[in-house]
Design a protein around this ligand. Structure first.
Ligand code: SF4
Ligand code: SF4
Length: 434
């Protein structure tokens, strides 16, 4: 049962455990995450402050508490007290206070509302401290302590029940049939054998079924044997964002096991950033070996189809600028692939002031877009991005992550900004050459 308040607050609680049990659960998780790499990271910070200027939340607010390394403070304290070389001395002399419930509650905002796990600070840190990864590890402890934003906890409970944050698996055939009718394209469901298992982001099964239809149009054009499947269809792994490792594993396994069962060699991920982070880079750890299937993001897929001439696209022409989704470009390495697709579409690309690996986050990654409490912070980041986009003077504004797109659309609505955020997939599907 949730004890979340109905008005926005800095923290929420799930369950009815005592403060002591919550602290113990969080500390146990923090300590169990401390491998050699984490310990090295915790020991390496030279307090240079460079990570602050890298973080969109610090840059747009100027608030010291949003300095990336500060977000790891209770994690650092747990490390120093429990596993550092001087831990017994530190405890005996009481040099570092054990984090209390107030620390963890305050920390909830820093870990969830004001961190998108974008990795820009990681790139900036001269000591190579992977702050984004450490934030992700710290979220594991927060989830165990029942201290996550209620909106994310609600999505977590839904995904545990349905296998998706928005759609029960049993509804998938009907949703796909409706999307198929609406967009006039065949969308196979639950084929017993296929070469490609196609997955979706939750919004694509609701308001944005055009993205699903766009993918279907391209797959049908190349004559692929593909399917979607009730047993594994939602690629947006909410466990990855929330710190719920058990759910993350379950959702990842659903995709891989389904692909293996139908003989698919490829799992195609939608235009979704954290789907790529969870499935492409973390899935193998649940198997303890190389994955039996190839996991590929829509951006790579489009790039490969165009390069191999399996599809060709009409040139749209004109100018475009591109928002690099953090999980796909900085954390995922697909910077060049996106630009090749834009070039194939005939765009003259005018880069944002900060682009590619150095691009600032949209402000909604890591679950922040779903966390209504973080809306004012998100709007501040939107204003920074908006200025950069407008400064290019480009006619088209394109991205390759549905979550980034939704974040920009929400920001545009709030700011009454009339620039459309276009999907790369949609541009390709709408401009397939005969
Ligand atoms: S990962 Fe991104 S949002 Fe989080 S602290 Fe670093 S720069 Fe800021
Ligand atoms: S940039 Fe790295 S070394 Fe400098 S304060 Fe941040 S985490 Fe510490």
């Amino acid at each position: 049962m949730s004890t979340a308040s109905t008005t926005p607050s800095a923290f929420d609680r799930q369950g009815s455990e005592s403060d002591k049990l919550r602290i113990d659960a969080a500390m146990h998780s923090f300590v169990s995450e401390f491998g050699i790499t984490t310990a090295l990271h915790m020991e390496s910070c030279v307090r240079c402050g460079q990570c602050a200027q890298a973080c969109h939340f610090y840059v747009t607010t100027g608030e010291a508490k949003y300095t990336p390394i500060y977000k790891l403070e209770p994690f650092r304290r747990a490390y120093l007290r429990q596993t550092s070389p001087f831990a017994p001395l530190i405890r005996a002399l009481g040099l570092i206070k054990k984090p209390g419930i107030a620390d963890l509650e305050q920390w909830q905002e820093l870990l969830y509302d004001s961190c998108t796990m974008c990795g820009r600070c990681t790139l900036a840190c001269p000591m190579g401290i992977d702050i984004a990864e450490l934030v992700k590890e710290a979220r594991h402890g927060m989830f165990k302590a029942g201290l996550v934003p209620e909106r994310l906890a609600l999505m977590d409970r839904t995904a545990r029940q349905w296998g998706s944050t928005a759609t029960p698996g049993e509804d998938l055939p009907e949703i796909l049939a409706e999307a198929s009718r609406l967009h006039g394209v065949e969308i196979p469901c639950d084929l017993t054998a296929a070469d490609i298992l196609v997955t979706a982001a939750p919004a694509e099964l609701g308001e944005h079924t055009k993205a699903l239809a766009d993918a279907a149009r391209i797959l049908n054009r190349i004559g692929a044997k593909w399917t979607m499947a009730q047993s594994g269809f939602d690629a947006a792994n909410v466990g990855f964002n929330n710190g719920d490792l058990e759910l993350q594993e379950r959702l990842t396994r659903a995709l891989i096991d389904t692909a293996v069962r139908i003989g698919a060699k490829t799992v195609l991920l939608p235009e979704c950033g954290h789907a790529y982070g969870a499935a492409r880079w973390e899935a193998a750890k649940w198997y303890g070996q190389a994955l039996p299937v190839r996991i590929i993001h829509m951006t790579e897929f489009l790039d490969e189809l165009i390069a191999s001439k399996r599809i060709s696209v009409k040139k749209i022409g004109g100018t475009a600028t591109f928002h690099d989704p953090c999980q796909i470009v900085r954390r995922g390495g697909l910077e060049a692939a996106a630009r090749r697709v834009l070039a194939a579409l005939g765009f003259e690309l005018i880069e944002l002031q900060d682009h590619g690996l150095a691009s600032y986050c949209c402000g909604g990654g890591g679950g922040v877009v779903s966390n209504q409490r973080a809306t004012p912070l998100r709007h501040k980041v939107f204003e920074m991005k908006r200025k950069q986009i407008e400064a290019t003077g480009a006619t088209h504004f394109v991205t390759s992550c549905g979550q980034c797109r939704i974040t920009f659309e929400m920001g545009a609505k709030h700011a009454d900004w009339d620039q459309r955020t276009e999907s790369m997939l949609e541009l390709v599907a709408d401009n397939l050459a005969d």
